[in-house]
Design a protein around this ligand. Structure first.
Ligand code: CP
Ligand code: NVA
Length: 301
């Protein structure tokens, strides 16, 4: 594993190995064991979009591993004023041991890796969100014991989260269903991959998708960068909400996950979110452990 640009680049074994290390790091942290696996290492964190979880979990994670994390906002970097990514990549490679980047285009992340000489971690693009899904898989395995025989259902926009979750399901052998309005489907190639590898259903009805689901997942109707489409999307996504009715269609004891931030009353009701708050905030916590594992895999000598 040289980079984490998208989940599909990782083999099933590599994913499981990251999850195993994440479990170990979580255990060590809970038991007050602090090991400086990344002593003296420096991570640059480029943010072209807002963030709470990604920023804080990477920064704290690096601190806990004995390294140092620099927050680099596009408002301050020359990249925000048009300096080419190929130059930024070569310059940052001279100072740092790794780069985490949150941006719009997947190509920018791939280019950073192509022109730089240090590991690059994708902290979200319009195409995918691999760090989030590693934490999601960790949370699912933690609560369900294994991935065997599980069905993961996604309700809402076929966005970066849906894309990465679909790949996560393919890699771990879970079934995957999605309910989304017409015109809001996930990436075509990734749907083909899912059709080939796992039981995959695409439907237009939330309850139908949730039938027999063990995990019900949702995300915002309008992602970062789509703020202007908010009103149009509110109309299109009406009915694609995780609510009590949808949860009744799912298996008994089904988990609810949400990458957060959540919009109560839109993609999820306040009641369902609060009833599953333990799972959802464990999921948020697991971002820390999963990303520490990723950084160790990529940056440890
Ligand atoms: N889930 C997630 O990536 O959250 P942030 O946007 O707060 O980083
Ligand atoms: N789909 C959302 C995920 C946020 C973590 C977005 O891209 O804004």
């Amino acid at each position: 594993m040289k980079h984490l640009l998208k989940l599909n680049d990782l083999s099933r074994e590599e994913i499981l190995s990251v999850l195993n290390l994440a479990d170990q790091l979580k255990f060590e942290r809970k038991n007050g064991v602090a090991i400086d696996y990344l002593k003296g290492k420096k991570l640059g964190m480029i943010f072209q979009k807002s963030s709470t979880r990604t920023r804080v979990s990477f920064e704290v994670g690096m601190y806990e591993l004995g390294g140092y994390a620099l927050f680099l906002s596009n408002r301050d970097l020359q990249i925000g004023r048009g300096e080419p990514v190929e130059d930024t990549a070569r310059v940052l490679s001279r100072y740092l041991d790794g780069i985490m980047i949150r941006t719009f285009e997947q190509k920018e992340v791939e280019d950073l890796a192509k022109y730089g000489t240090i590991p690059v971690i994708n902290g979200l693009t319009d195409y995918c969100h691999p760090c989030q899904v590693l934490a999601d898989l960790m949370t699912i395995r933690e609560r369900k014991g294994s991935f065997k025989g599980l069905k993961l259902c996604f309700i809402g926009d076929g966005n970066n989260m849906a894309n990465s979750l679909m790949v996560g399901a393919c890699k771990t052998g879970m079934s995957f269903s999605i309910a989304c309005p017409e015109g809001y489907e996930p990436d075509k190639e990734l749907m083909e991959l899912a059709k080939k590898n796992i039981e995959f259903t695409l439907c237009r009805n939330a309850e139908e998708a949730a039938k027999n689901a063990d995990i019900v997942y949702t995300d915002v109707w309008a992602s970062m960068g789509q703020e202007e489409e908010k009103a149009k999307r509110e109309k299109a996504f009406k009915g694609f909400q995780v609510n009590e009715k949808v949860m009744k269609a799912a298996n008994k004891g089904a988990m609810v996950l949400h990458c957060l931030p959540a919009h109560r009353g839109e993609e999820i009701t306040a009641d369902v979110l609060e009833a599953h708050a333990d799972e959802i905030f464990d999921e948020a916590e697991n971002r820390l452990h999963a990303q520490k594992a990723v950084m160790c895999k990529l940056m440890k000598d």
